[in-house]
Ligand binder design. Structure first.
Ligand code: NAD
Ligand code: ZN
Length: 372
């Protein structure tokens, strides 16, 4: 069971828009229902950048970012029975308590105990230089150790390679599930995916695995098209190559609009384009990209004419149930993960990884945090 405070290295975000700083932090022992995890690997997701550079939560600092990690249980709290030291795990930013009305409904994965943003000061287990340091999205994987409630930890297959399956902690599960669970892409359909980062590429993979016939991949950065082909995209559109609205380009390409569209950028303008790219009558458009800075807008006729506009968090997967299954699907080669990883670095290089994502020169950078 749990021993004392652990001192370890973590990348601390002291304030918005500043580089992260490698610091020694203290990680408290897990409380009754908590698990202390040695993080082995973590991806860098655009949502980390959003909180650092764009989010309006200026009070969400200092914090340790990172929410796409995988690791090994170091110790467990006194009431934890389903985890043991040495178990391979993925921390989850969406919990699954199994008790609340949301967990009991098959219609959603939004457990009401979850953390989508930052934990409060009283909930964090981190301190640095005498100050409380917040846990971003309740996980904080840019740290050698973290503490997470057992309702937000998935135990995974013991042979899972942590430097790959970490991507199932956010980006890949999000995009893949958005296509399969939220859009419910149908065999033979025509799909459009806006934004070809890891989230969008995973959406492309979801469309492909659902049996879509045409998958139109859209990005303003044409270097992403080669990767999109690997995941199953059949056509590519660069909005910068056209001087008419992208929805009109897609309308002409598809004789009236696509069956399914997925916005994986995080821009309200692109969300509108994605909706307007859908065919009337039955087109479904899913918001996956994250922003809470602006309102979105569209003409009511878009929905009156039979289109559906929806969104999902974490691809609609109930997290504790879904993530171990996705890990198994990777081990069975039904889900690709290796192809998302364009850079392998160490936690100390996290600012370089952030820069690569800012400039669009990576899909996923995976940081090794500790040796297995
Ligand atoms: P990323 O930065 O790797 O990818 C974004 C891509 O969008 C880039 O390739 C960029 O070139 C492209 N893009 C930018 N503007 C565009 C435009 N106008 N038209 C077409 N493409 C454009 O980011 P990511 O990690 O893949 O994340 C994508 C989005 O998903 C972010 O907003 C992130 O916050 C969000 N996200 C949401 C959830 C969720 O649960 N809903 C989970 C994870 C991430
Ligand atoms: Zn993420």
């Amino acid at each position: 069971s749990a021993t004392g405070v652990i001192k370890c290295r973590a990348a601390v975000a002291w304030e918005p828009s500043k580089p992260l700083v490698m610091e020694e932090i203290e990680v408290a022992p897990p409380q009754a229902h908590e698990i202390r995890i040695k993080i082995v690997a973590t991806g860098v997701c655009h949502t980390d950048l959003y909180h650092l550079f764009e989010g309006k939560h200026k009070d969400g600092f200092p914090c340790v970012l990172g929410h796409e990690g995988a690791g090994i249980v170091e110790s467990v709290g006194s009431e934890v029975t389903k985890f043991n030291p040495g178990d391979k795990v993925i921390p989850l930013f969406i919990s699954q308590c199994g008790q609340c009305r949301f967990c009991k409904s098959p219609k959603t994965n939004l457990c009401e105990k979850g953390w989508y943003d930052v934990m409060s000061e009283s909930d964090t287990r981190f301190t640095c230089k005498g100050k409380k340091v917040l846990q971003f999205m309740g996980t904080s994987t840019f740290s050698e150790y973290t503490v997470v409630n057992e309702i937000a930890v998935a135990k995974i297959h013991p042979s899972a390679p942590l430097d790959k399956v970490c991507l199932l902690g956010c980006g890949v599960a999000t995009g893949y599930g958005a296509a399969l669970n939220t859009a419910k892409v149908e065999p033979g359909s025509t799909c459009a995916v806006f934004g070809l980062g890891a989230v969008g590429l995973a959406a492309v993979m979801g469309c492909k695995n659902a049996g879509a016939k045409r998958i139109i991949a859209i990005d303003i950065n044409p270097t992403k098209y080669e990767k999109a082909k690997v995941f199953g995209a059949t056509e590519f559109v660069n909005p910068k190559d056209h001087n008419k609205p992208i929805s009109q380009v897609l309308y002409e390409m598809t004789n009236g609009g696509v069956d399914f569209s997925l916005e994986c950028v995080g821009s309200v303008a692109v969300m509108r384009s994605a909706l307007e790219s859908c065919v009337k009558g039955w087109g479904v458009s899913v918001l996956v990209g994250w922003t809470d800075m602006d309102d979105f807008a569209a003409r009511p006729i878009q929905l009156i004419a039979g289109r559906t506009w929806k969104g999902s968090l974490f691809g609609g997967f109930k997290s504790k149930d879904g993530v171990p299954k996705l890990v198994n699907e990777y081990l069975e080669k039904k889900v690709k993960l290796d192809e998302f990883v364009t850079h392998n670095m160490t936690l100390a290089q996290v600012n370089d990884a952030i820069q690569l994502m800012k400039t669009g020169d990576c899909i996923r950078s995976v940081l090794s945090v500790a040796l297995q």
